[in-house]
Design a protein around this ligand. Sequence first.
Ligand code: A2P
Length: 268
Amino acid sequence: LDSAQTTAPFPIPANTFVETVTEVEHYTDRLFRFRMTRPASFRFRSGEFVMIGLPNAEKPVLRAYSIASPSWDEELEFYSIKVADGPLTEHLQKIKPGDQVLMRKKPTGTLVTDALLPGKRLYMFSTGTGVAPFASLMRDPETYEKFDTVVLLHGCRESAELAYGTQIVTQTLEDPLVGECAAGRLHHYTCVTREDHPRRMRITDAVTSGRLFSDLGLPPLDPEVDRVMICGSMEMLKDCRTLCEDAGMQEGSNSAPGVFVVERAFVD
Ligand code: A2P
């Protein structure tokens, strides 16, 4: 047993790591991120998710969280919503450095470059906390080895909710490892729906109207060269899936790589 395990008040479930929070940052009353230690044996592919929870009950509540840090990072980062009566997030939103977090040992997910056929441009469509897996992928040099151009499309209700995405893009461009590959190739396109904003629209409207492409100087979605990853609410996934299918794109998976892949963002 390591020291973390001996201080937990409840027995640790099987196949579960106990990690220590190193950093917490709150963005709005609904959103925050935290970082924690990474077990030496833990491997994952950028874009995957893992089950996390708190050691506060005999049978702890665990929820799927996309890992927001890249696979090379020595710590793990997560981006989370706060729900007042959410079974996990009502407690998780109160964590502080030094607190313990449970994490199941096996990562999984379809928002990985392995589930996409080779292509030229990677579009990452996200709303709300759906930006998390892309925070991982955009910081991974492998993403730029596989794609010439990477476009992060992020839609939120209010501008303040775009802060994490903006921070990660800035960090990526300043990063000694990936900054140089990302320079001029990583595009960040934001939309806001519930307050005044130069792009007050849903991300789906930015795509179907063609505004995304004209603003970035890129051609419309082309199934031959464009690849799409989608992460957001159930409704958002449904609309984005339709949009991709209408563009003649086929959905992929780990066992059968395709032109676009889909995953639901965490909701408590
Ligand atoms: P809207 O304000 O029009 O609902 P949420 O916080 O509810 O997950 O929403 C995050 C963002 O996603 C909001 O800007 C919201 O717009 C937008 N959104 C909600 N449903 C869809 C959808 N089906 N397609 C695209 N964007 C959506």
